[in-house]
Design a binder for this molecule. Structure first.
Ligand SMILES: [Zn+2]
Length: 285
């Protein structure tokens, strides 16, 4: 079973948890750490001989063109994480269309390859954004991995399918949700990010094994470049809960990741979406 490995490429000041504390207008004045962190991830992936998908902000691609090239040259997939991490349900249809178009153009110009995958910032495609998939399909995207089929304080589309689905009757576009595990009749977030960092490694191992063997489906896992960067600047004024989540276990993340990468089989999201398309359920309109 080849699981999907993905990196949401954004810098430490662009995360959803800090968006009310750090103004977008100040981003260019903040310490740029995304390049060195992505380089470290490229080294880790090379050492483990694994390929993955880098869902990258257009804002980052505009400032790090050669890095986009290095991602693609190493055999990874470059995909879109939108322009500047504005969540889809805050945008509306027209603004969302402009956001993804602008991001794709910059990503394609920087890398020289077609962008066919999309991940919404903070998994922000849900029941509030019924127009989002039509925009993605019209712009030529083949797949999206933008749904967290759980309830969470910041995000979640609780009733969405746990595995691949086709959101549109007229398009082959496939949505591949981030991984959840079933326990005692409940869905648990098990796709990475803060959960992976904060919870014991054994929980993630159990969850991915359960998905692979009981559900017989691939897992979809994600993390961020800032999660392997214990030296990143600390954000003052953020809510305590956000700070606890953001800064816990940054120092052990790289090691934990390597263990996960070596323990399971991993590959690019575009290839996974293509394989999963044959199992995709139609989403009832
Ligand atoms: Zn993100």
């Amino acid at each position: 079973m080849v699981n999907g490995l993905s990196v949401d490429v954004e810098d430490w000041f662009q995360v959803g948890a800090f968006e009310n504390v750090i103004d977008r207008g100040t981003w260019d004045s903040l310490s740029d750490r995304v390049e060195r962190n992505v380089e470290q991830i490229l080294d880790l992936f090379a050492a483990c001989e694994v390929q993955a998908t880098f869902f990258t902000l257009g804002w980052v691609a505009e400032r790090h063109g050669p890095l986009m090239r290095r991602i693609v040259d190493a055999g990874h997939e470059l995909a879109s994480h939108g322009w500047d991490h504005a969540r889809v349900f805050t945008l509306g249809k027209e603004a969302f269309a402009r956001d993804v178009e602008r991001a794709r153009k910059v990503l394609e110009d920087a890398s020289g390859v077609a962008i066919t995958g999309y991940r919404a910032p903070s998994f922000s495609i849900d029941q509030r954004t019924p127009w989002a998939y039509a925009v993605l399909a019209e712009q030529g995207y083949a797949y999206s991995s933008s749904v967290a089929p759980i309830t969470h304080d910041h995000y979640g589309w609780r009733d969405a399918p746990r595995f691949a689905f086709r959101p549109l009757a007229w398009s082959s576009l496939v949505e591949v949700p981030v991984t959840t595990a079933q326990f005692a009749g409940k869905r648990l977030a098990a796709g990475g990010g803060g959960f992976f960092r904060v919870m014991p490694y054994a929980f993630s191992r159990w969850a991915i094994r359960q998905v692979n063997t009981q559900d017989q489906r691939p897992a979809v896992f994600y993390f961020h470049p800032w999660e392997i960067d214990p030296a990143q600047p600390r954000v003052a004024g953020a809510p305590l809960r956000s700070k606890l989540r953001h800064y816990t276990n940054l120092d052990v993340m790289a090691e934990k990741l390597e263990q996960l990468i070596r323990e399971f089989e991993w590959g690019r999201m575009d290839l996974l979406a293509h394989r999963e398309a044959q199992h995709a359920v139609e989403l009832a309109a």
